[in-house]
Ligand binder design. Structure first.
Ligand code: LUB
Length: 238
């Protein structure tokens, strides 16, 4: 089992941030000799193949994409693609894994803004919204997960890591008194992820995502105020 899959487990089993994800180690770098230029080139080539494959998977879907299409788009031979990925299934798995392994960094970047936990949740979804609109890895990962039934490979479980991440942040929000008493952080995380995905899916199918930023703002502006604790009531009528 890959490291990625081993961290991809059911929500209740993942208690804290540290165990949510394991960031893959950079390959081809020896502590003794430093980066090997050939390996660095190989890593860049692999990333370029992955990016082109993601574009194609996002545009056409898994079944309508062939290794030859990927090779043509990268401007390489099929053999060169096969050097990095044994088959199309491996490409699909790598795209989804690239997507899932990007979230720890996304969280770090959002954390760096120093927002409250609840605003960190909102900002994470805002970031995901932007990725749906402009990042081929995100678009392809989403499409591939929707097509997982016809992909003859085991993709990491969808939605689970993201839901765990949001639950963790909402539990922090609870500890800091930001959540209304009636709100269960784990339930709220499931509802938020479902609403986000539902809005994304509908916008994708009806309008090729062109209205998604606006649809997400609607969900966000209805959902999060409903979770937020009201400010302490003033001592009397003013
Ligand atoms: C994330 C996708 C696309 C969630 O499975 C998942 O968690 C995800 C595909 O299924 O993005 C981003 C909110």
């Amino acid at each position: 089992m890959s490291q990625r899959q081993s961290t991809n487990r059911a929500p209740e089993q993942v208690p804290d941030q540290a165990s949510l994800w394991t960031v893959p180690k950079a390959r081809g770098i020896s502590a003794v000799t430093g980066p090997d230029p050939r390996q660095e080139r190989a890593v860049r080539t692999r990333a370029e193949i992955l990016r082109c494959a993601a574009q194609l998977f996002a545009e056409r879907g898994y079944q309508q994409t062939g290794i030859k299409d990927v090779a043509d788009r990268v401007g390489m031979t099929k053999g060169a693609v096969y050097f990095h990925f044994p088959n199309k299934q491996a490409l699909a798995v790598a795209v989804v894994e690239a997507l899932y392994s990007s979230w720890p960094r996304a969280l770090e970047e959002v954390r760096a803004k120093g927002l409250s936990p609840l605003d960190t949740v909102i900002e994470m979804f805002n970031t995901a919204t932007a990725a749906f609109l402009e990042d081929p890895i995100m678009q392809a990962g989403t499409r591939l997960q929707n097509e997982r039934g016809v992909i003859e490979a085991e993709l990491p479980l969808p939605y689970v890591d993201w839901t765990n991440l949001i639950s963790m942040l909402l539990r922090e929000a609870r500890e800091q008194g930001q959540l209304a008493d009636r709100v269960d952080p784990d339930v709220a995380a499931r509802v938020a992820v479902a609403a986000f995905f539902g809005a994304q899916h509908i916008s994708n199918n009806l309008h090729e995502r062109s209205d998604f930023a606006e649809r997400w703002r609607e969900v966000r502006d209805l959902l999060f105020p409903a979770m937020r604790a009201r400010p302490q009531a003033a001592s009397g009528p003013s």
